[in-house]
Ligand binder design. Sequence first.
Ligand code: PMT
Length: 433
Amino acid sequence: MTGLNINLNNKLDNKNIVIGITGGIAAYKTADLTRRLMEASADVRIVMTDAATEFVTPLTFQALSGHPVFFDNNDETSTSGMKHIELARWADAIIIAPASANTIAKLAHGRADNLLTTLCLASEAIKCFAPAMNRVMWDDLSTQTNCKTLLDKNWQQFGPASGSQACGEIGEGRMLEVDELLTSLEQCFSSGALQGINLVITAGPTFEAIDPVRFIGNRSSGRMGYAIATAAQEAGAKVTLISGPCHLPAPESVTLIAVESAEEMKQAVMSAIDNCQIYISTAAVSDYRVENIAQQKIKKTEDTMTLQLTKNDDIISLVAAHKLKPYVVGFAAETENLIENAKHKLQKKNLDMIVANNVSSKSDNETDIGFNSEYNALHVFWYSNDTEDQIIAEQQFDTARKLQLGTQLISLIAEQYNTRKSQETIQNAKNTA
Ligand code: PMT
């Protein structure tokens, strides 16, 4: 990455995390979770139920966390000066891993019969649980109802996964792997840079029908747009993702509107735009559509055939011309003259920011980038202020996974959007003074 220095935040850095361990064979994985949280510079305290101490020893966790372990019958709890209320207040997040059916049931019903359940009841921290149990126990209606109750009480549920179980059965109930737990926990600490913002993003290709079975499309996979939608949601935005046909799962907590053609995408965008503060257009929208779509499958009768095409509306230009214009970010997919073409689109389409990507083929280090790849490289241009002589600022993001670029780009957009808003507030105050 060059230009301004934008760090990918380690969201667990300096966070106070209580790990609650209940009785289950998956408790052995929690040793690694503890180690990994320490590596991420989190401050960790361990609370074990009596049942947990049958599976793993407190000494292991004391060594890994560097602090005495809290459990019901140990003196360390009192000598360390951390009673349950202090621990409840100290925690930024409590993660119970593994969470047994018994503890889930107690928590759902507000029981406080051991240190862990008392601590949870007394804490306003982020609370998460990673169920781990036999598949029949997991499927049981009581367990399912108890989990639902916890979700209603704002607990975050991580997993469980499916697979072979310690009891010899195969099914749902395995605790998530440590990597997955860490990612889920990190997502609980959104940066908040876009808190309260409504953000609309388009992604993927559009398909323009020729007849009932054929269409004109393009190679966009939707990956770039979905990655940005995920990052925006993690930064606290309320995200509406308007997506052309692609095979990606909808990011969690994002409103997904599936469309097919450019015309459908335009309708969906214009219906969502009134209440939107940031619009990001990553979709590869078809510039043309077939004028007369055949009602039946076209037969192969002639040696040549001609399709008459009509220009589609430029959706992003309509958004930029809207009376309640949001902060508008366009993408430029270019195979040549990347910078000139991108700057030209920034001006011509009246955008606030444009993200250029070279879709000609490979990056400098020969990684496939752009269309239908896991990777991309971005060159971003934006107006650094709103005065008469508009200065174009720029920043490059070197080749990286689209997921990482999504986070970096959202940081930049949030920074520029929030600066713009502050400038407007100051200007309004001056005007009314
Ligand atoms: O989906 P992936 O496989 O991850 O690939 C990502 C991508 C390469 C598709 C993406 O990063 C990208 O570059 N998207 C924009 C592609 C494009 O159509 O660029 P363009 O230069 O033709 O259009 C410029 C801007 O106008 C874009 O923001 C586009 O969404 C918008 N546009 C274009 C035509 C149209 N009718 N309406 C529009 O809103």
